[in-house]
Design a protein around this ligand. Structure first.
Ligand code: ZN
Ligand code: CA
Ligand code: ZN
Length: 479
């Protein structure tokens, strides 16, 4: 949160002059109700729109700034930007919400992120509204909302110098932002940084719950942790980062915008789930060969190549020919000497007899098992700049589309026109019901998509949109 001055004393004459300025056209003097509304609006704009109280004697100047702040607020919430305190504006101002301002100096937010992907948290003061272990599990679930969508990992620590300190407090509690009793501000969080950075405070004058009554701690915590990771407020009501409280949210909480923003902030490259094993893969080879039939076996990428199926894991490759029972296996470099890395995703386009092997932000094209030329940039497919890798890809002959999967979103690429379809990325769980968790690999065979999710393989009927079978990944290489 931006550090700014916050005066709690309201200057009556300022209020009156603001009011006069706003209601010049209307007749008569302000009623008590209108003064209460004006006080509410002034407090609101001071808290969330950086309205500055003018010192006494500069009262005349306060009017334009007040009106323009009302307009800023109306613009943010997509209301009619009249600058007037009409009923729809006041209704939003009365809604319970997050304490983090909606406007911040751009320079304060730019580049604000943790310089690491493993972040520690600790819970200090608890609320009495819920049992401790309920609070623990709601907080953990709120972190996992972000962990599932990004390369971040959250580790609970018992110390008081964790990156993110979680506390339930009331009114003045040691920072510049006192809470306000029941309703109004529900919680706030500081962006990434040392000291107070990342710390997340919940107003313990609210009634916290695990369900519908009062305020749902899981929903509010997931929103606040967005700030603790460096995200700011969104103007889109479907975003978890929308400032006002909404009790009903989709199960996964995040909108596509949220997923895009967290991944823009934390480049997925370094945090790829297999990052460390990629790094260590040299030494893992002999073990991998021995343990290939482990029930936990996963693949990084699977694709058909002509009449064979290629399975990639770390720097290892299995090749299974459709008509043959034996499976060839060995280091990828044995088959394709140019490829000295692991493969994140792979797909095959039969009409061009071409395979595509993706590693990080680069891809190779393969004809037969011959790798052509130099690797090219993944962004040639038309991805936005923040996409630095994908987790799985599959080409569907019937539609002429290649689907690229990343965490819980996916893109669709038109191979005929060689352009990305518009309207993407979309949500995997919405368009492929039954598929949850990061897709490690995907392959299209005999009219079905096979999704490799961890050690499981889901056989998917994509026209009827449901899972028709589940098997173990290792069964594909003869285990
Ligand atoms: Zn917020
Ligand atoms: Ca409150
Ligand atoms: Zn605080």
């Amino acid at each position: 949160m931006e550090v700014c001055e916050m005066h709690n004393m309201l200057l009556f004459c300022c209020v009156l002059s603001c009011f006069m300025a706003l209601t010049l056209e209307t007749e008569g003097s302000p009623s008590t109700e209108q003064l209460v509304e004006l006080k509410l609006a002034t407090e609101y704009l001071k808290r969330y729109y950086n309205l500055r109280e003018e010192p006494l004697g500069r009262v005349k100047r306060s009017e334009p700034s007040f009106t323009s702040k009302v307009k800023d607020m109306q613009n943010f919430f997509r209301l009619n930007a009249t600058g007037m305190l009409n009923s729809e504006t006041l209704e939003v101002m009365r809604s319970p919400r997050c304490g983090v301002p909606d406007v911040e100096e751009y320079s304060h937010i730019q580049g604000t992120r943790w310089n690491k992907n493993v972040i520690t948290y600790s819970i200090g003061r608890y609320t009495r509204d819920l049992p401790r272990n309920t609070v623990d599990s709601l907080i953990e679930s709120a972190f996992s909302v972000w962990a599932r969508a990004s390369s971040l990992t959250f580790v609970r620590s018992q110390t008081h110098n964790a990156d993110i300190m979680v506390e339930f407090v009331t009114y003045n509690h040691g920072d510049m932002y006192p809470f306000d009793g029941p309703r109004g501000t529900l919680a706030h969080a500081f962006g990434p940084g040392l000291g107070v950075g990342g710390d997340t405070h919940f107003d313990d004058d609210e009634r916290w719950s695990a369900g519908e009554r009062g305020f749902n701690l899981f929903v509010v915590a997931a929103h606040e942790f967005g700030h603790a990771l460096g995200l700011k407020h969104s103007r889109h009501p479907e975003s978890l980062m929308y400032p006002t409280y909404k009790s009903s949210r989709p199960a996964n909480l995040l909108s596509i915008e949220d997923i895009v923003n967290i991944n823009r902030l934390y480049s997925p490259v370094r945090g790829h789930p297999n990052y460390w094993s990629h790094w260590l893969s040299g030494s893992l080879f002999p073990q991998l060969m021995q343990n290939k039939c482990s029930p936990d076996l996963t693949f990084d990428a699977v694709t058909t190549v002509g009449r064979a199926t290629f399975f990639f894991r770390e720097r290892h490759l299995w090749i299974k020919h459709n008509e043959q029972h034996d499976i060839k296996e060995g280091p990828i470099t044995n088959f394709m000497p140019k490829i000295k890395t692991s493969i994140d995703a792979a797909f095959w386009v039969p009409r061009r007899s071409t395979g595509y092997l993706i590693h990080g932000s680069m891809f190779w094209t393969v004809k037969g098992s011959y790798v052509k030329g130099k690797p090219r940039r993944l962004k040639r497919f038309g991805f936005p700049a923040w996409v630095q890798d994908v987790h799985a890809a599959v080409h569907i002959v019937k539609s002429g589309r290649t689907l690229f999967f990343m965490h819980n979103i996916y893109w669709s690429y038109n191979e005929k026109q060689r352009i990305m379809d518009s309207g993407y990325p979309k949500s995997i769980s919405e368009d492929f019901p039954g598929i949850n968790g990061t897709i490690n690999a995907a392959v299209h065979k005999e009219g079905f998509i096979y999704f490799f999710v961890g050690p499981q393989v889901y056989k998917y009927n994509y026209t009827q949109k449901h899972v028709v079978g589940v098997e173990k990944a290792n069964s594909w290489i003869g285990c």
